[in-house]
Design a protein around this ligand. Structure first.
Ligand code: GYE
Length: 350
């Protein structure tokens, strides 16, 4: 394009913008175009997702996308926040502006939601929280929450470790653990870390260090290789999700060590959570991951049920916890007991 042609083109666009009243300072209320959803009477759901940091997260997004389809009468507006709370706040404000029918929030961390959720409440838009929780001053800022009991997941995994060590006669003072944590301040990190810390105290294990793993394979690898250089006695790597475990396994093998249950023979035990991807299940079968605390990501249908209830004026339960298993490829421990509840270990066949 020649220089003059370009200039004329820009001028034409500018005058169009000004004529249509969209120019800054014109103060006229812009009329929102009628969306297709309004035409078709669809239920509009704005979903603010954390990101795509793990296999769990991808499965969770897929579950929502598969559930909230046009065929079933929904329009889903999906916003990926790339792990940043500020992006989630912006997404929620956009949903409010677009006057969606429901806001579904999978919060990256627990804190920092009071202001934006008050804005949603003032706009009269019901908010459903999924996966991690929010820590808000007024419980009326969200309708309900659905997700996992993360602390229980941690306690179950640690009870498996205790029972395993007991049956192999591994003394508590010989158990040297590092914790590769999930995203700091996320309920799943807080719960799984607490489950471990309490068990460390109760059993007399050594917790050498807690490191940031941010639920990603890359950080899991990075943290584990640093820790392996720092401590020569690590025999349990407690990863707060499977992707971190994949990274930890890479780091252990790159350091010339072997992963597995045979601590006495110098192997390093890797534990993790989720059990969502085929790779994680295969690793559990082959013993590369010793034990996986299941975390169920398939919240789409659960959220849909909540929305259907709200549509009919039925108040959903404020908190809905999902039942979860615990997996291992090793049959030494067949069941565990936590809080008077017995959980059968799902032994994965080779
Ligand atoms: O375990 C991890 C994901 O909060 C339960 O977040 C979720 C966790 C899940 O990135 O893989």
């Amino acid at each position: 394009m020649g220089k003059n042609v370009k200039k004329a083109f820009i001028c034409a666009i500018l005058s169009l913008v000004l004529l249509s009243g969209c120019g800054i300072g014109y103060g006229e209320e812009k009329e929102e175009p009628v969306t297709e959803a309004e035409n078709e009477d669809l239920i509009v759901v704005g979903f603010s997702q954390v990101g795509a940091e793990s296999d769990w997260r991808k499965a969770n997004t897929e579950s929502m996308v598969k559930t909230f389809t046009r065929d079933k009468g929904y329009e889903l507006i999906l916003e990926d926040a790339q792990q940043k709370q500020q992006n989630q706040i912006t997404a929620i404000r956009t949903f409010i502006q677009r006057e969606v029918d429901y806001i579904v929030l999978a919060p990256v961390t627990e804190d920092g939601w009071d202001t934006v959720l008050t804005e949603a409440k003032d706009a009269g838009i019901p908010v459903i929280i999924v996966d991690r929780m929010v820590n808000v001053s007024d419980p009326e800022l969200f309708k309900c929450w659905v997700g996992s009991d993360f602390e229980l997941e941690g306690r179950k995994a640690c009870e498996w470790l205790r029972a395993y060590c007991e049956s192999k006669e591994i003394a508590p003072e010989e158990v040297n653990i590092v914790d590769i944590q999930g995203t700091a301040g996320a309920s799943s990190q807080i719960g799984r870390t607490k489950g471990l810390k309490d068990a460390v105290r109760a059993n007399g294990w050594n917790l050498l260090e807690e490191a940031a793993g941010e639920y990603t394979q890359a950080k899991g690898r990075e943290a584990t290789s640093r820790l392996l250089r720092k401590y020569d006695n690590i025999n349990v790597v407690y990863c707060e999700n499977d992707n971190e475990a994949f990274g930890a396994i890479e780091a252990i093998e790159a350091a010339g060590r072997r992963v597995g249950n045979n601590i006495a023979a110098g192997q390093i035990m890797v534990m993790s959570f989720d059990g969502v991807s085929d790779q994680a299940i295969d690793y559990a079968k082959s013993g590369k991951i010793s034990c996986i605390g299941e975390c169920n990501p398939l919240h789409g249908p659960r959220v849909e049920k909540i929305i259907q209830n709200l549509q009919q004026g039925v108040t959903p339960d404020k908190y809905e916890y999902v039942d979860e298993d615990i997996f291992s490829g090793d049959s030494t421990v067949t069941s565990i007991e936590v809080d008077d509840e017995v959980y059968t270990i799902k032994i994965l066949g080779k």
